[in-house]
Design a protein around this ligand. Structure first.
Ligand SMILES: *Cc1c(COP(=O)(O)O)cnc(C)c1O
Length: 396
């Protein structure tokens, strides 16, 4: 049987088991403990943040981040439209309303010009959003500087969803550390994983302290379990933090491996007609968490979905680019600022298998398959074209 090639799978290093064993040996099988503290501190060093709180998922981190900037019922939050649904769900958890903002083609992330225009319009009518959630998609940073400038100008807090972009840079610094709060994810498909987990970072110690408070059921400082506010059970287990510490040691290797995948794909496939790879914006290093490309069916000979299905037939898992949130049935009632570019990227965009543990044989199989799909589609179109012109000939 052919071995399946999956989109992005966990890739452990040498030290995770050692850290986990230490947790077992010391009986720190709890959502607090030395690995959690060390993981937070080591994470801060890696991304250049001042404070961090480890939590149970990236979604939990976003849910808390929104509360740190006082998002609540009825508020509006501007949010990138081209992203995974987890970016916007916590806005709904809080009874607030997402307003989706389109991407640009340079980074596939939020278009700063569009944001500026929208904020100007909103300021004129006195209806600024309560916060902005900026996504750094597929390992590539958004163009952060102009967005920070707009947020500062209007005093709207910026939350960065860097769940997919740990290891990326923007002008030499880590996306996720420019806003008031940033979040990361260690879900199983991300560039490093704790099987499930997330991190919230901020340069404001009060915000991170409040994160810990909310993530541990919002206990007042009293021995008798007193609560003046609703909290959550969102802390990361000390065992999983041990996995995270091991994974942090190999982050740079994982970035290199994923960038290598991208280069191999690009060298082999960019000459095929109709294939365009996701650009790397000039302002930083993309991790190429996933290798993404767009397919023009007219010149390639098959559309994105035909390619995806043909790959699935060969036991190769590829996925469409995220369906933009403004097109999701669940957000049908929400306002959207632009959206045509995200829609176009979705309709033509495909993510190829991109794990840091892919072998060169795996990459070769994906490349061969896509090349075959192109040539066989072009051939069948030529035959179809021939038979219709032959029919027309006969009619005459
Ligand atoms: C994975 C992801 C999240 C959520 O992270 P979890 O740890 O899975 O909860 C949020 N935003 C984006 C863009 C993601 O890709």
């Amino acid at each position: 049987m052919t071995k399946p090639i999956l989109l992005s799978t966990p890739h452990l290093g040498d030290r995770e088991l050692e850290f986990v064993k230490e947790a077992f040996d010391t009986n720190w099988i709890a959502p607090v403990g030395p690995h959690v503290d060390a993981f937070e501190q080591e994470f801060c060093e890696v991304v250049g943040a001042r404070y961090a709180a480890a939590v149970s998922s990236g979604t939990a981190a976003l849910h808390l981040a929104l509360q740190l900037v006082d998002v609540g019922s009825g508020d509006e939050v501007f949010c990138s439209t081209l992203t995974f649904v987890a970016t916007a769900n916590p806005i709904i958890y809080l009874g607030a309303k997402p307003v989706f903002v389109d991407s640009d083609r340079t980074s596939w992330n939020m278009n700063p010009d569009l944001l500026r225009e929208a904020l100007d319009r909103r300021a004129q009518v006195g209806k600024l959003p309560k916060a902005i959630v900026l996504v750094h998609l597929y390992g590539q940073s958004a163009d952060i500087a102009p967005i920070v400038e707009e947020c500062d100008r209007y005093s709207v807090p910026l939350i960065e969803d860097a769940a997919e972009s740990l290891g990326a840079t923007y002008k030499g610094r880590s996306p996720g550390t420019f806003g008031k709060v940033g979040i990361y994810s260690f879900n199983g498909n991300k560039i490093i994983t704790t099987s499930g987990g997330g991190m919230l970072v901020s340069d404001d110690p009060n915000l991170v302290e409040k994160t810990r408070f909310l993530a541990t059921q919002a206990r007042d400082p009293a021995p008798h379990y007193q609560h003046s506010q609703i909290g959550y059970n969102y802390r990361l287990s000390n065992v999983l933090a041990g996995i995270g510490r091991g994974q942090l040691c190999v982050l740079e290797d994982r970035v290199a491996a994923r960038r290598h995948n991208f280069e191999i794909y690009q060298q082999a496939l960019s000459n095929l007609p109709g294939i365009t790879f996701m650009p790397e914006a000039s302002f930083g290093r993309a991790t190429r968490w996933l290798t993404c490309l767009t397919i023009d069916p007219a010149t390639f000979g098959a559309d994105r979905e035909q390619v995806r299905l043909a790959l699935a037939n060969k036991q190769i898992e590829a996925r469409p680019v995220w369906k933009p949130l403004h097109l999701q049935p669940v957000f049908a009632e929400c306002e959207s600022i632009g959206g045509a570019i995200a829609q176009d990227l979705f309709e033509h965009g495909l993510c190829l298998p991109s794990g840091s543990n892919l072998t060169s044989e795996d990459l070769e199989r994906v490349i061969q398959s896509i090349t075959e799909i192109h040539y066989s589609s072009v051939k069948s179109q030529v035959i179809k074209g021939y038979s219709t012109s032959a029919k027309a000939e006969r009619k005459r």
